[in-house]
Structures are given as structure tokens and as C-alpha cells.
Design a protein around this ligand. Sequence first.
Ligand code: CMC
Length: 373
Amino acid sequence: MNEAIYRPGLEGIIAGETSISSIADGLRYRGYPIEQLAQYSTFEEVAYLVLHGELPTRAQLDFFTGQLRQAMELPQEIVSTLRDIPADVPMMDVMRTGASLLGHWDPQAQDISAQATLDKAVRLVARLPLVMCYRHRLRSGQEVVPPEPGRSVAWNILWMLRGQEPQPDHVRALDVTLILYVEHEFNASTFTARVVASTLSDLHSAVTAAIGALKGPLHGGANERVMDYLSKLSSAEEAETWVKQALERKERIMGFGHRVYRTGDPRAAILAPYCEQLARQTGNEAMEAVAGRIEQVVREQKNIPPNVDYPAGRLYYYLGLPVDLYTPLFVISRTVGWSAHVLEQQAANRLIRPRARYVGAEPRDYVPVEQRG
Ligand code: CMC
């Protein structure tokens, strides 16, 4: 075994090939810069692009959108389970269970052909928003609000949560976050999905495992954790004191830093103006001022820029979304990327099975329990 290629956390290791996204020259999905997709496109169009490799024609987009909208329904058994899960179960655990449960009612659950995987991906992207929104309403003692056919995923998420027609600028802001969360190369959850797919397991298994990986605060869970401190700090001065002390204690400030973007996450820059505008509209300028001061101090003291989760967490807060739905929203979007990677892995599969460097006890012989001291 070549010791020279061992790196903790696989940092900098090329662990496979992909044609889905690249981060060398800014973030691009299938070659298109994320800035252009965020400005001109929609979550549905980007989902098609990432899953199929090309931007859709009008007819292809209409067909794909129709497929998604038709699939926006849940079997009654799943709705009952969402009602019965204990009220204090974390939302990300419910999403993980939801992805697995959806497989039980999917007629192609065990079919790992490319066509079946694509069809299942569409159903997962259509149904995971229902899992999230229905669960939220049921745990709050409210009846579910079914989706409106003919409306987008972003529109329906706000509609199903609130039971009121959402404002177009709220829908657009949410849609942009969904576009930005779709895909990001070999991040921890996507790599998890690919490992599962490489054993010739199925899409629901890969997505269920990936949700477990996304939950952690070093990955998707960070968009919720930014609210742990932002919601407690009431002025820029208080924020400055807190962040300086936290950095002195060598704490990690959630929403900052990135394994591969050392000089800045392009997704954070795209979201910043949406965040500012929504903050003004919803009377949350004070939180923006707090966030701005924290960013300034972390940059000055550690030279670490914010990542996508810093503005995304704030933006979801300004939209009035419950904090524990922030990472589930990431799940809904990233299911597209995970599915594209499962398809790519299946198309040229080789079992992912790396080696470990052994650092344990020297070889030794078994000692019967009576003779152990
Ligand atoms: N706050 C304070 N210091 C930090 C942070 C941070 N958020 N991130 C990195 N550092 C420091 C780290 O302590 C180390 O300092 P030193 O050299 O003095 O020990 C230095 O920067 C280099 O960090 P690293 O450990 O090499 O970074 P990494 O590549 O292992 O970590 C990361 C990447 C994302 C896990 C990390 O930046 C972090 O923990 N960030 C906070 C969690 C977060 O926001 N995650 C979201 C990631 S982006 C999107 C997503 O996946 O959701």
C-alpha cells in the first residue's frame, strides 16, 4: 500500500471522476456557472440539467415539471407515520426515515437501472418536500395542506408550510437557495451516496445514508447552527465581543470556512443581496448588522470567509421558516445532486473500498478470560 497518498479526511485526494459539477474555476453545474443559473434559472430547470446533463428544451422542461408535479403526493400510510413519530424527534431524522419509507411504496425501489433511478429521483425530489411540510404541520397540531398542482417546488414548500399563497419574492429567494444547494462535487454526503451506490444498492438506500451525512454540523447542519448564535446576539457590539471570545476559545464559528473554498464560497456571495433585501422587507436589519460584524471579525482575525450556510440560514429565518427545517431544505435540493452521482457511479461502477493504515496493537495471541488480569 502506498503510504504517501494517505491524508486525514481525504483532503485533496482525487477519489473519483465526475462530469456533474466542478469547483476549480468557480462553481459550475455541467459547465454552467452557478452565478448564471442562480440569476436566470429555476430549481426545476437546474434539476433537469444536473440529472440529464443538458439544459432542457421548452418541451423537455414542461414534461419534467409535469412529472415532478404529478409525483407530489404521499401514500396515506406515510402520512400516518409522520403523525405517529414522537413529537421531539429531530426533523432531519424524520427526513432520513421519510426517504427510507418512500422506498417501501416505490414500485421500482429495487430496480437499479438508469431509467428507474431517474424516475425514482424525480419522485424523491417531488415527495421529500411533502414529508417535511406535512410533518411540520402535523407536529404543530395542524392538518396538512396538500400541494397545488401547476406550481413550483419552492412555491409549494411555502404554501404547504403556511397554508397561504406566498409572495413571489419569497418564492424566488427560496428557489435561489435550492439552486445553490443542488450539487457540490465530492462533499461528504455525496461521497456517502456514491459509496452506497458502488455496492450496487438502490437510490433510496443511497439518499437515506446521504441524509445521515448531511445532518452533521460540519456539513449541512451548519445552516441551522448559525441561528444558535445569531438569535442570541442583539447588537453588533455584543456580536463582536462574543465572536472574539469564541475564537479565543478556538471554537468553530458555524457558517464559516470550507474544505475546498479557502478564499470564499461563491454561493455565499450570490445569496448576500437576497438576504439583505429580505432583512429590510421583514424588519430584520438588526440581525444583518450582527451578521455583518461577525463576518468582519472572523475575516480580520482568522481570514476565514463565510460559506453558503451563513446567508442561507439568515435568509430562511427572514422567510419565517422554523429553524429545524433549514437542513431538510438542503436535503430536498441536494437529492438532485445525490441522484445524479448515483447515476454516474452506476454507469461506470467500481466498488469504493479504500484501505486504512493500521495503527493498532502489535500482533498478539488470544488469552482465555480467566487468565486476563
Ligand atoms: N471557525 C473558526 N475557525 C475555523 C473555522 C470556523 N468555522 N473553520 C476552519 N477554522 C480554522 C481551523 O480551526 C483551523 O485553524 P488552526 O489552523 O488554527 O487549527 C483552520 O481554520 C483550518 O481549518 P481546517 O480544520 O483545515 O478546515 P477543514 O477543511 O477541516 O474544515 C469545515 C472545513 C467546513 C469543516 C470548517 O471550516 C468548519 O468546521 N466550519 C464550520 C461548519 C460549517 O459552516 N460547515 C458548512 C460547510 S459548507 C456547506 C455545507 O457543507 O453545508
